[in-house]
Design a protein around this ligand. Sequence first.
Ligand SMILES: *Cc1c(COP(=O)(O)O)cnc(C)c1O
Length: 359
Amino acid sequence: MSRVFNFSAGPSALPEAVLLQAQREMLDWNGSGMSVMEMSHRGKEFMGIAAEFKANLIALMQIPANYKVLFLQGGATGQFSFIPQNILGAKTKACYVNTGAWSTKAIKAAKSYCDVEIAATSEASNFTEIPAVDTWKLDSEAAYLHYTSNETIHGVEFQEIPDTQGIPLVADMSSNILSRAIDVSKYGIIYAGTQKNMGPSGVTVVIVREDLLGAVDPKLPEVFNYAKQANSDSMLNTPASYNWYLVGLVMQWLQDQGGVAAIEQRNIAQANRLYAAIDASSLYSNPVNIAHRSRMNIPFVLNDASLDKEFLANANKTGLIGLKGHRAVGGMRASIYNAMTDAGVDALIEFMATFEKNH
Ligand SMILES: *Cc1c(COP(=O)(O)O)cnc(C)c1O
């Protein structure tokens, strides 16, 4: 068996130690004689797994006590619609910042529930930068301001938490959660699908400040009602129990790496090496404003697009997979989430240099 270096945007590479532990525990979790997949979600064993998973996430992100941590379904995409239905209450407006493809989708979904005010957009630059926060149009009547902390497709990432002058801040953190230290207390809601930086797909993490609960649209089905799920330990319906367990293993792994601060340093170093290689080459380029470049998703184009096919085919042969860019931006994209190893980034850089030399 040989494993590839997987640069896919999501689902994406998992730490090998996690896969091996899941394999070891597949038939018999911790002497229970069962796979975690087979356990009752109400049983003592699974309740323990769930409690540890949640406690580890709270510790890793230093989530304050006045926040609820929910593990839901429906993906980040579902939350695009569930967020306005949960927290608009009597308000009719919400502000959105548009920095790329995922913000655009969130905006489109929210329009069914409220007046969406675009506080800022970088559409004119093809989403290669983040509009300066002091130019944003903030409306104090808005129920919240939504932004995408890392645009997975365009490779644009906020390096600081925007100051919204008291408007509750809602962040789609699907592709950079746990990749860097953040101050959770600055947020109203943080949400993320797990398949980028936390584990396999199938769980959606929603971290919500308690004072935002209770303004819910009564027509919203209760499994999407944050307050009701908070009161039921996210078990109003049967949870994706095996996925919770796997994400829990990734949380343990992250703690073994030294936590978020330590992985952040590794992420910075890996991204710097890859951007430096791109910037030094005359074949590859990245269009994003240097101050707003993502540490997680690094898109790049070849200056001769007719070489794209050969680049991807040779990369695959070398064991580097998932490098094809999203069709919205073309070219290539290397997603280097927490689970990407230094060896993977080095192998990519070496491959790119060799390919450039031969062309
Ligand atoms: C992948 C992604 C999504 C969509 O996640 P789903 O789990 O497929 O709904 C939303 N936002 C961002 C930033 C993403 O990277």
